[in-house]
Ligand binder design. Structure first.
Ligand SMILES: [Zn+2]
Length: 287
């Protein structure tokens, strides 16, 4: 299941870098390096600024689990030919491959066998989580939303749940301040209209599933150490997408890109009272 980083990722990210550098609107850079078998892999951030000073900001990431590659390819595809149509409304911070050594080995874990998506704690053990936390801290932004792209392994048991119960359709996790501020159901509706197969069974593992949306109120205090929890300090809404690995790769990539584009359309017209958000944030900070 191993992949060649340069061929599958490096070549495309270099082209993206050249495209944006010509226009002088972005900064494609590595935010740190990780190593596997004495090969160094840069962890890339693609920062693209809108010419509109009132543009909202979004934070998008993928590949924290190296055996869930569709999100990585989806973000490369998005940066290659979709991002332009959103630049009037948004500035972007995109991390297309959070776990390069996991991506290369086709593994959930990084080279030190750490699940990075359980490592967003007060003190991170992995370099990857530390780099990402540092980037978020330095940017000091309030993002309209954050989205982290994942996949569900349909060939692997999750805890004690039989394999045939693994979800075989697209679904979305969302955390937002309260039920009124959730947007995920709109994203799901839009995806259904686009013909994406959404998973609507009542349960996804142990969570209740409302027509493809698994919503929770904001909870930023490291329950599991996921990036979704961590990024809530900076984002109004945080989403996690899931596509099943039993689908053809093309369909998985298409579903992931469609989810991101649906969210970008949805949030164009969302206005938040910043005072209210600041109050909420202060409340969480003191907990
Ligand atoms: Zn995952």
């Amino acid at each position: 299941m191993g992949r060649n980083y340069q061929r599958n990722f490096g070549v495309r990210i270099s082209k993206i870098k050249r495209k944006f550098n010509v226009r002088n609107i972005s900064n494609v850079r590595d935010i740190g390096n990780v190593a596997l078998d004495s090969v160094i892999y840069p962890l890339y951030a693609v920062i693209v600024k809108s010419p509109n000073k009132d543009a909202k900001k979004v934070f998008v990431s993928a590949g924290v689990h190296g055996d869930e590659p569709a999100g990585v390819y989806a973000l490369l595809g998005f940066l290659e030919d979709k991002i332009e149509r959103y630049l009037d409304d948004y500035s972007f911070v995109v991390l297309p491959c959070l776990n390069p050594t996991g991506f290369v080995r086709g593994s959930r874990f990084n080279a030190d066998c750490i699940d990075i998506n359980r490592d967003f704690k007060e003190i991170a053990e992995s370099k990857e989580a530390s780099y990402i936390k540092r980037l978020l801290r330095r940017q000091q932004s309030n993002y309209a939303f954050a989205m982290d792209l994942h996949e569900d392994r349909t060939d692997k048991r999750t805890e004690d749940i039989p394999i045939h119960k693994n979800p075989r359709g697209f679904y979305l996790y969302e955390v937002s301040y309260d039920r009124k501020t959730r947007r995920g159901h709109k994203i799901i509706d839009s995806m259904k209209n686009d013909g994406i197969r959404v998973y609507t069974d009542k349960k996804v593992y142990y969570c209740s599933n409302e027509n493809g949306l698994l919503w929770k109120p904001k909870l930023i205090h490291h329950k599991e150490g996921t990036i979704e929890e961590y990024v809530q300090r900076y984002a109004f809404n945080a989403f996690t997408t899931e596509t099943p690995t039993c689908w053809p790769m093309k369909e998985r990539i298409h579903a992931q890109i469609t989810a991101l584009c649906a969210a970008l359309e949805e949030f164009k017209n969302v206005q938040y009272a910043s005072g209210r958000y600041a109050t909420a944030k202060a409340r969480y900070a003191t907990r």
